[in-house]
Design a protein around this ligand. Structure first.
Ligand SMILES: [Zn+2]
Ligand SMILES: [Zn+2]
Ligand SMILES: [Zn+2]
Ligand SMILES: [Zn+2]
Length: 727
């Protein structure tokens, strides 16, 4: 099938139902063993494993705990919380094995015609078939002769096709909707398969009664005598019912736990793909600091990046620490090194002294790496404690990760080194020949426009990253719910995180992970620290931890890290109002600004929002808006700047209009973010449209996720005042 790889990895991922464009039939995607193996770099592979592990572990914990607060209710079974491949052999504990996965490029996907229940849109007759093959055979028979008992033999008006309704369960199972159902048999306490038979005339032919309002009211009646089938049309998940049937009863499980939901296969809740995106960096960029094996060293890395490094160890401390760790040989070596160094210095032998100093530095670095030496902690307690809770943040929101990633981005891209004939980063204040002819009058105008606009927009730095390297991957799915638990039939149910069905590889069958690496253009923006500080300090905002800003007058990153609170998975904390903090508000500001830029890009580049993505670096006040997709990158963002930078910048500067909303006051009183203005499709947004408010940019209201009543001042208003005052 001809689909882009990005589409296959995300929208046609295994288990997903879909329709071929222009064709009537529905299909279900299946992993293909013929997909090309993906060979991501080691650092990328480790990142993927870490991210799956992180998400799956958090999912397992949340799903397992879903009934914690309910008395006399059996806990969910671990195997219904996550795929059994994510459990230990006893199927009780979470366990992650990288060997369970195989990395594939999403260049080939199999599919089967499904669901396999047929319906005639003319006479309403419904027929379940057992598999795609049988369905095909039956379809050709039906075109010859209508089996409807009241319309003998005339197929001319009949129109058979697949019934687009399926039954889905939060365990991830699904079934075609058929009058033949699995039911729970109270007498034997077992599931049984019941083939529908009319209670009055014994006919096995039924017509579907569609309810215009609700799928849940759909029923079927005898095609022969018209008697309505008296049983509720609710299918059961065979696996679930099989496991709980014997414990159904007072104080135990309930039949509802196995009940499936009637749903259109194309409805969004029928299938949620599990995927993630991250920036890839080459070996040596410093990104290794995030790998699990490096956890001990991360504090040191963070210290350095934030500029809070403590004093170096003196010689006596080094010796004492080595001995305390029982590294006698190393202590002896260190002592000899010091003696050699002293001798060389005494003899004024500079060459040997330099050599000895180099050895000393090298040894210390090695011993520190090995964990035998520890520098005095210089990170403030508030930050150290957050670092210890780091695992509770979801990767894409983890401020420490983002700090390390921004540093790696700075090292590998933002220095603007020439790679493959083009600068890896081009600042808008210094455009290269790809954006404007060198030494031309247009260039001078372009630079002037950009610099002035940046002042008026509170932007410290902005430019084009010519190759923003991203890895997207998908590895599993859930159905009915997109989060680990869901309330159904008066009881919390675990939603299962399913891995994609296994495919046969050279050695054994493994779960496919579809990996897509792309390298497209991106815009980089960094806001003005002084302005952000001033914006956070405004009395109208009532920032709860504004004092951190004065605690760190010269270190904004330290203030932000001290303020950061856990942002996990589904950002549930965002659903209740909380105190404004400097981290939260900075995050919302960057995020709202990023959406604003995305909308500007959409206006002037011809790219739609579906092919743009965002990445935020809160501690560095930076964000990236990138061209997303695998289709040939035709340099859309370069072209936007080359041809439309003036219009683009005017659009951004004209924020009273460009950040307006047709809902006007109604939108502002609801926090200043709605689908009419600053929201974008949830699947594209980093936070599913949370931490978003036009008020952060243009004032006139107050974000709805923070407490308080006062209207805040917008960052763009502040930037405008500031720029005017400076003129
Ligand atoms: Zn018919
Ligand atoms: Zn009947
Ligand atoms: Zn709005
Ligand atoms: Zn967003």
């Amino acid at each position: 099938m001809s689909r882009s790889q990005a589409q296959i990895a995300m929208s046609y991922a295994p288990g997903q139902h879909f329709t071929f464009e222009g064709a009537a039939g529905a299909c279900q995607a299946m992993p293909s063993p013929n997909a090309t193996p993906a060979r991501p770099e080691q650092t990328t592979k480790v990142q993927i494993e870490m991210r799956i592990d992180e998400v799956a572990r958090a999912w397992f914990d949340k799903a397992m705990a879903c009934r914690q607060s309910e008395a006399n209710v059996p806990a969910p079974l671990p195997e219904f919380c996550v795929d059994v491949s994510l459990l230990d052999t006893s199927r009780t504990q979470y366990s992650f094995r990288p060997t369970a996965f195989v990395y594939l490029k999403p260049d080939r996907m199999g599919y089967l015609p499904r669901p396999t229940t047929l319906i005639c849109s003319e006479c309403g007759l419904i027929e379940a078939t057992a598999n795609p093959k049988q369905m095909g055979q039956r379809l050709s028979e039906l075109s010859e002769e209508c089996p409807h008992p009241k319309r003998p033999n005339d197929p001319s008006n009949c129109s058979w096709g697949q019934l687009d309704v399926i039954f889905a369960h939060w365990s991830g199972s699904w079934k075609p909707a058929s009058p033949n159902m699995t039911v729970y048999d109270q007498a034997t306490r077992r599931p049984i398969k019941r083939f529908a038979v009319c209670g009055k005339c014994g006919s096995r032919q039924f017509v579907l009664n569609k309810d215009q309002v609700a799928l849940s009211n759909w029923s079927f009646s005898c095609a022969n005598c018209g008697t309505k089938n008296p049983d509720p049309w609710v299918e059961k998940c065979d696996e679930t019912l099989g496991r709980i049937a014997s414990s159904i009863g007072p104080g135990g499980n309930i039949v509802g736990e196995a009940s499936m939901e009637k749903i259109n296969y194309a409805a969004s809740s029928a299938y949620f793909v599990k995927s993630d995106t991250f920036i890839t960096f080459p070996e040596g960029s410093g990104i290794e600091a995030l790998e699990p094996g490096q956890a001990r060293l991360l504090a040191g890395v963070i210290e350095r990046l934030v500029g809070l490094e403590g004093p170096a160890l003196d010689d006596a401390e080094v010796a004492a620490q080595l001995l305390a760790k029982e590294r006698k040989a190393e202590a002896k070596e260190f002592d000899e090194l010091l003696q050699g160094l002293k001798l060389a210095t005494d003899n004024n032998n500079q060459v040997v002294a330099d050599f000895m100093m180099k050895m000393r530095t090298e040894r210390l670095a090695n011993w520190q790496q090995a964990g035998w030496l520890q520098r005095n902690a210089a990170l403030p307690l508030a930050i150290t404690m957050k670092l210890q809770q780091r695992h509770e943040w979801t990767g894409k929101y983890d401020p420490f990760r983002l700090l390390v990633e921004h540093s790696a981005l700075t090292k590998t891209k933002l220095r603007g080194e020439i790679v493959g004939g083009r600068a890896s980063y081009v600042d808008f204040s210094n455009p290269d020949e790809w954006l404007v002819p060198p030494n031309s009058p247009q260039r001078a105008t372009m630079v002037q426009n950009a610099e002035e606009a940046m002042r008026f927009l509170g932007v410290r730095r902005a430019g084009l990253i010519s190759k923003f390297d991203l890895c997207k991957f998908s590895y599993g799915y859930s159905r009915v719910g997109n989060t680990p638990k869901i309330l159904k039939h008066g009881r919390m149910m675990p939603v299962r995180l399913n891995l994609f069905p296994k495919v046969q590889t050279a050695q054994e069958s493994r779960h496919p992970v579809y990996v897509l690496e792309q390298s497209n253009e991106a815009f980089y923006f960094q806001l003005d620290e002084n302005l952000v500080r001033a914006w956070l300090m405004q009395p109208e905002l009532g920032c709860a931890d504004a004092s951190l800003l004065s605690d760190y007058p010269n270190n904004f990153a330290a203030a932000l890290l001290s303020s950061a609170e856990i942002m996990s998975g589904y950002l549930e904390e965002h659903d209740r109002k909380s105190n404004p903090t400097i981290y939260k508000m900075t995050y919302a500001l960057l995020h709202s600004y990023s959406h604003y830029i995305m909308q500007g890009i959409q206006q002037f580049s011809g790219l739609d929002l579906g092919s743009i993505g965002e990445y935020l670096f809160p501690t560095d006040l930076g964000f990236v808006v990138y061209r997303n997709g695998m289709t040939l990158d035709l340099g859309d963002l370069s072209a936007l700047w080359r041809n439309h930078h003036e219009a683009f910048l005017s659009y951004l500067r004209n924020f009273p209009t460009s950040l307006g909303c047709n809902l006007g006051n109604l939108c502002m009183t609801k926090g200043g973010a709605c689908p009419d203005c600053i929201m974008i499709p949830e699947v594209i947004c980093l936070t599913a449209n949370k931490y978003l408010s036009r008020s952060t940019l243009i004032g006139r209201g107050r974000p709805d996720f923070i407490v308080g009543e006062e209207r805040i001042k917008g960052y763009l208003q502040l930037a405008l005042e500031n720029a005017r005052a400076a003129q």
